[in-house]
Design a protein around this ligand. Structure first.
Ligand code: ZN
Length: 96
């Protein structure tokens, strides 16, 4: 048995993620502020740190960012709901 030798390996310190639910909530809550660059710096940092390792939130962010760009390009008031759903569906398939 050479199990003791594993103790020499450096411990990888994970990013605190003990309350994933509330972090996701935080990220989604500030989604539009983030997209409009109206976030408080500390909130933005917290959100960036979270989406870096939370793919559902990152996907959510990407969708909204994409929709926003499309809306801007087409000069429409709002993206049609069908478009939003279609992009959501696409990303869900890709991240699976
Ligand atoms: Zn999340």
């Amino acid at each position: 048995m050479k199990d003791q030798e594993r103790g020499d390996q450096p411990v990888v310190e994970p990013i605190p993620h003990d309350t994933p639910g509330s972090e996701c909530e935080h990220a989604l809550q500030h989604l539009y502020e983030y997209l409009d660059s109206e976030m408080m710096p500390e909130d933005e940092q917290r959100m960036r740190a979270h989406v870096a390792h939370c793919s559902p939130c990152l996907a959510e962010l990407s969708v909204e960012d994409l929709v926003k760009q499309l809306v801007k390009r087409s000069c429409a008031e709002r993206a049609p709901e069908t478009l939003r759903l279609r992009i959501h569906e696409q990303i869900r398939i890709e991240t699976r």
